[in-house]
Design a protein around this ligand. Structure first.
Ligand code: ZN
Length: 257
């Protein structure tokens, strides 16, 4: 193998975030890898029934991939599934939450960030948790806060975003545009502001500073979850500048249940 060849092919674990049809028989995948970040790769013949080499390119799975790097797009020439995360495709509600997390990561990252180990572990851990855990909202809030830290959009939950004074233990507001909590004395009632109870703020702070182990067994009342969710969805929607399709999808799925 020549040096040039070695540079041009890459064997890597990959999480499949997006998948769409490409040409007659191929699929275009957006994958997340630990050392090359996010990549778009073509899986040749992946839509043919008997495609053995790239047959395992289901959404929200982990695979070991052999990728040949082209000038524009990589070509996935081999894919072997290493973690199927089956519940994400068999359970509509779990799948909707996985779709939201994958889409959010996709929207908030750019291609080819090479130091993506922490992002990769976070996405992998989140697919595992969404496959197993009962409280999917807790998994998703934890994912959002870690992701926002990693991509540089950590929301301000300790001090008021207007005068930066420490927040008092009382009901607050969350300003999507300012990216954090604003106190009752400084709040301006604009379209980007929602109320945030002291319980919902405590939940978000706890998730922001803790490990998953420390929060996994929390029992969160539905009302607290709803408030924390409203604040976070407003914020991330503002960040990606347009509504995530999967947010509406989760709502629709919930309404069916
Ligand atoms: Zn204030």
């Amino acid at each position: 193998m020549t040096d040039q060849h070695r540079l041009r092919s890459l064997r890597t674990p990959a999480l499949i975030l997006r998948r769409r049809d490409f040409g007659e028989a191929d699929r275009l995948l957006t994958v997340l890898t630990p050392y090359q970040g996010k990549l778009d790769v073509v899986a040749k013949g992946a839509r043919k029934l008997n495609s053995s080499k790239t047959g395992h390119v289901e959404l929200y799975t982990r695979a070991d991939m052999l990728i040949h790097r082209g000038r524009d797009l990589g070509i996935c020439v081999q894919a072997e599934m290493t973690a199927p995360f089956l519940p994400l495709r068999e359970d509509l509600n779990r799948g909707a939450h996985a779709s939201y997390c994958a889409e959010l990561l996709d929207r908030l990252t750019t291609e080819g960030e090479t130091d993506a180990g922490a992002l990769f572990r976070l996405m992998d851990d989140t697919f595992i948790r969404l496959s197993l855990e009962a409280d999917l909202r807790l998994v998703v809030r934890f994912f959002e806060l870690r992701l926002l830290d990693l991509v540089g959009f950590r929301p301000e939950l300790i001090n008021c975003v207007v005068e930066h004074e420490p927040l008092l233990p009382e009901d607050q507001f969350f300003d999507h545009t300012a990216g954090g909590v604003v106190c009752p004395r400084h709040v301006l009632r604009t379209a980007s502001v929602v109320s945030l109870s002291v319980d919902a703020l405590k939940l978000l702070r706890h998730l922001q500073r803790s490990t998953w182990k420390q929060v996994a067994s929390l029992k969160v009342p539905t009302r607290t979850h709803e408030e924390a969710e409203r604040a976070m969805l407003g914020y991330v929607t503002h960040l990606v500048e347009r509504r995530l399709q999967s947010v509406d999808f989760i709502r629709k799925v919930r309404n069916l249940a």
